[in-house]
Design a protein around this ligand. Structure first.
Ligand SMILES: Cc1ncc(COP(=O)(O)O)c(C=O)c1O
Length: 224
């Protein structure tokens, strides 16, 4: 056996080679119509991705980072709030929380999925926070800051334990924004749409800039 094979840490050429023709056609279409922002190509993509995700709506934005930041702000995360997430993720998850003006706090992951451990989330709220009886929202005992939201990450295509996370979020009135940037098409108990089957409202935002680059790119789900 040859023992001098070198495997590149990040290979962005091979996966694009097989799509070269398809991608070039799309690039050409964009160049020839001059519709670089919005327009029918984007709308077509939004519709196709919504249907792929078995949901009604999809909104294209500039990047997965933008999608997460917009979702946090739109859902009501304010400056000085605390947003709980996991350390085992891409930097953008945490960066988005700080860009929204909030403070990230980490809870540990489960060994089985490498995603947020709902018991650690519960433990954080029950041991490090006090819960305002009237608002029903937790406040961190150390900083006095409101805990406003939780961002579970569905890493490497594996869904986090959303039923348990949503139960805790509902109990403490937490906003839930799911970082699905690495989980397009992933299923939770055989359903794509129901990463948490108790969702009453959700939105998916798309990483638009990478349509041509990655085909399926970051998506975020917002739960309230
Ligand atoms: C888990 C996770 N969240 C967020 C992002 C941010 O996406 P983007 O690089 O499109 O801003 C990524 C990107 O790879 C990611 O893996």
């Amino acid at each position: 056996m040859k023992d001098d094979i070198s495997v590149p840490f990040l290979d962005l050429i091979t996966p694009h080679k097989e799509k070269e023709e398809e991608l070039t056609k799309v690039f050409r279409g964009a160049i020839l119509t001059g519709r670089f922002i919005g327009g029918s190509m984007v709308q077509g993509f939004e519709n196709a991705f919504a249907s792929f995700c078995e949901t009604e709506h999809c909104i294209g934005v500039g990047s997965g980072t933008d999608a997460l930041r917009f979702a946090l702000i739109a859902a009501g995360v304010k400056e000085r709030d605390i947003v709980i997430t996991v350390p085992n993720t891409f930097i953008a998850t945490t960066e988005d929380i700080t860009q929204a003006g909030a403070l990230p706090r980490f809870v540990d992951i489960e060994e089985s999925s490498f995603n947020m451990d709902p018991e650690r989330l519960r433990e954080y709220i029950e041991t490090q926070c006090t819960v305002d009886e009237e608002a029903g929202m937790p406040t961190n005992l150390g900083t006095g800051r409101r805990v406003a939201a939780v961002v579970p990450v569905h890493l490497y295509g594996h869904g986090a334990d959303m039923d348990a996370i949503l139960d805790i979020a509902a109990k403490y009135n937490l906003i839930v924004v799911e970082d699905a940037c690495q989980a397009h098409g992933a299923k939770y108990f055989s359903q794509k749409k129901a990463f948490g089957n108790k969702l009453d409202q959700w939105a998916m935002l798309r990483h638009l800039a990478s349509i041509l680059e990655k085909i399926w790119a970051p998506a975020v789900r917002l739960v309230r």
